[in-house]
Design a protein around this ligand. Sequence first.
Ligand code: IPM
Ligand code: MN
Length: 323
Amino acid sequence: MAHRVGVIGGDGIGPEVVAEGLKVIAAAGVQLDTTDYDLGGGRYLRDGTVLDDATVDEWRSLDAIYMGAVGTPGVPPGVIERGLLLKMRFELDLYVNLRPFTAPGHDFVVIRENTEGTYAGEGGFLRRGTAQEIATQGSVNTRHGVERAVRYAFELATTRRRHVTLVHKTNVLTFSGDLWDRTFNLVAADYPEVATAYNHVDAACIYFVEDPGRYDVIVTDNLFGDILTDLGGAVSGGIGLAPTANLHPGRVSMFEPVHGSAPDIVGTGRANPVAAVLSGAMMLDHLGEADAAERIRKACDQPESLTGTTSEIGDAVVARLAD
Ligand code: IPM
Ligand code: MN
């Protein structure tokens, strides 16, 4: 039976890279029953729609959502990010943001908590627009939310090199850091076979550049994970290669490249579709199509040798699948 997948091409280069991902999935022999959703900054500018609750409810019965990128110049910051992407992550409770980085000398995975932290939206203004104005933006960290992300990281480590690093800033964020640290140690006690480490986030930035080989699985909060995974992409072959899974294990989950909509290169054929193709492979893992997923990942090996336009790179991946 075909897997039921919602497709959001989105804005900018999003539709271009998603088209290549779908082409590769079909060539790998997996049948998808897709439904397109015209959402993103473009749609918002046309008719004001961001994401209504009925659409979210429709998604709950899908197997997966495959997304390109959202973001359009001219839309105020936060409208699409909060109203579409974060609403999707929060409403569907996609609590694990999984970002693997593989390149020569790099083989690590970042598990970013995906529903809490500074992204939760706690805070507000007092006396906005006056000389005395105050803005606060809190960080929400629940024992439940932290524990499930940390537990996912340990489970994943048991299938890899059995090492988990907590990244935080416990020396300054003494409340949230303490909750993360205690929860990490409690969960670690359930996994005696998994070794652990702790890095402050600023030090982790240095290690990402100078000694990435020390990492296997990293677990961190939403904002640290956001920043760290852009750096992870930059040091391991470029952001054009980095895929994401937004997971709620056992339920509809969402797959997207780490990169954004890159409106500056839309229509030029210069968008690298490999991140979207690899996100598609992660979607196939979620759909129980592990063989096809592995074949696609193999076909994306040595990505530096995949050159040409967006669709030529897609074709080259398809050709390698046939080998
Ligand atoms: C990402 C993106 C999003 C985030 C933005 C677009 C809201 O940067 O997926 O990393 O900050 O999570
Ligand atoms: Mn980001």
